[in-house]
Design a protein around this ligand. Structure first.
Ligand SMILES: Nc1nc2c(c(=O)[nH]1)N[C@H]1C(S)=C(S)[C@@H](COP(=O)(O)O)O[C@H]1N2
Ligand SMILES: [Mo]
Length: 431
């Protein structure tokens, strides 16, 4: 491998961390083993950094030095994403790169809990539908296309932990700022049609979703994540079993060749690399369904407060939220007028209005708000601002859903850092 370009190394770490370890460190990767660099591995790592590493013996396996900041890692087919983590791969999109009405595949965030499967061949892919059904079935992707109506819809997916970086005290987990959200066009068959064809038994209460990605530990049969939704939500006609993304195939990091898209609820419900849908007569108890994963306290808590596990309820719909995608924060303008714009979305609901403020929330101006392209697509908004004089301004945006719920300024703190729908803001200088 040619290590003269840093991006090569980062790409390799994204694709195959074990192989990257073998090349860079000259040894097998093992998550629990203390690494020791030697020979060519140490020399190439040193050459990339531009200095010797005196304490190289203490560097853990699979370790990328901060000097080679993971945020500069290139992921094939993705453009401008900020990489939070390389194993598993987690990357978000800066707000100003989410300005497109429909999120291009290259700008769709990545949230992985485990290791991406090796084999994503669409021709060989099989989906099993079983559990409490009248007749279990196994489908190829071609079978799905032949047996069920194929539909394309724009659907918004937001990670439950989007906005966690702003929690104080901090919450453990990926430190997403605002960019773990996307609204791509998805092509597939309706989950509801596939479940109806299998025959949902009357005692079904929950779905269980299984993907082909593997656990970080490498343990055979151990799933990184397996979530589900109540059967009522599963039967919503907007949910898709998707094999197409923005007119092309799914990106490998977004679940190729087959995934669920269950919009409006935490992204974790939308299982990628989908292999099995299993219907159950109790709330699914797979990895990341139990404990405090994707759960919030049943009552308001103060920042840092301990919450008993018994009071942590499973997150259903995501709350109303908006994003300012134009201009990019930090802009300096010479005139007095500026058009600002972005998107807004509201879980299972629609957005009724968006307001913007340039005076730290003292007064609000109603933005022009569009309708969603279809249910669960985000809505676009824009507003023309007239600044009274030169100086430093912040533009704040807040959306209101059709039930009248308004985005808060403050974060509703919770132990695991979910559901941060506090207002987005950008800075503007008028010179
Ligand atoms: N198989 C599998 N499906 C998964 C995940 C995963 O790690 N493995 N992550 C989930 C989470 S937490 C989110 S937010 C969404 C993110 O979808 P994306 O990576 O396509 O943006 O995928 C969900 N589906
Ligand atoms: Mo997520």
């Amino acid at each position: 491998m040619n290590l003269s370009k840093k991006a090569d190394l980062f790409e390799l770490y994204a694709e195959d961390p074990d192989e990257a370890d073998r090349i860079v460190f000259g040894r097998e990767a093992h998550p629990d083993r203390r690494g020791f660099l030697k020979g060519a591995g140490l020399a190439s790592m040193g050459a990339l950094i531009g200095a010797a590493i005196p304490f190289h013996r203490n560097m853990p396996s699979g370790f990328i030095p901060e000097a080679l900041a993971a945020s500069k890692m290139a992921i094939e087919g993705k453009d401008g994403l900020t990489v939070l983590n390389d194993r598993p791969v987690n990357a978000e999109t800066p707000a100003h790169l989410l300005n497109d009405a429909v999120t291009p595949t290259a700008r769709h965030f990545i949230r992985n809990n485990g290791i991406v499967p090796d084999d994503m061949d669409p021709a060989a892919w099989k989906l099993r539908v079983d559990g409490l059904v009248d007749s279990a079935a196994t489908y190829s992707i071609d079978d799905l296309k032949k047996k069920f109506e194929v539909v394309t819809q724009q659907l918004t997916i937001e990670c439950g932990g989007n906005g966690r970086a702003f929690f104080d005290p901090p919450a453990r987990g990926n430190q997403w700022t605002v960019g773990a959200v996307a609204s791509s066009n998805w092509t597939g068959v309706r989950l509801a049609d596939v479940l109806k064809a299998a025959g949902v038994k009357p005692n079904v209460v929950y779905t269980a979703h299984v993907g082909a990605d593997t656990h970080l530990s490498g343990k055979e049969g151990k799933l990184p994540i397996s979530r589900g939704v109540p059967i009522d939500k599963a039967m919503n006609p907007s949910n898709l079993i998707a094999f197409g993304m923005n007119g092309g195939p799914l990106h490998a990091m977004n679940g190729a060749p087959l995934r669920l898209v269950i919009p409006g609820w935490p992204g974790s419900c939308s299982q990628k690399w989908l292999k099995r849908i299993w219907l159950r007569d109790k709330v699914h108890d797979g990895p990341k369904m139990t404990g405090s994963a994707y759960r919030v306290p049943d009552y308001p808590v103060s920042p840092g407060e301990k919450v008993p596990k018994s009071a942590m309820g499973i997150i259903h719909a995501m709350p109303v939220k908006s994003l300012i995608t134009t201009p990019k924060t930090g802009l300096t303008i010479s005139g007095r007028e500026l058009e600002v714009g972005g998107h807004a979305w509201a879980g299972d609901d629609t957005v009724a209005r968006v307001d913007v403020s340039m005076d730290f929330g003292a007064s609000w101006q109603q933005a022009e708000l569009g309708k969603p392209a279809n249910p669960y697509a985000w809505q676009h908004w824009k507003a023309m601002l007239k600044f009274p004089q030169k100086g430093y301004y912040e533009v704040w945006a807040r959306a209101t859903d059709s039930r009248g719920v308004i985005q808060p300024f403050a974060i509703a703190w919770n132990p695991k850092g979910y559901l941060n729908n506090s207002m987005h803001r950008i800075s503007v200088r008028v010179s």
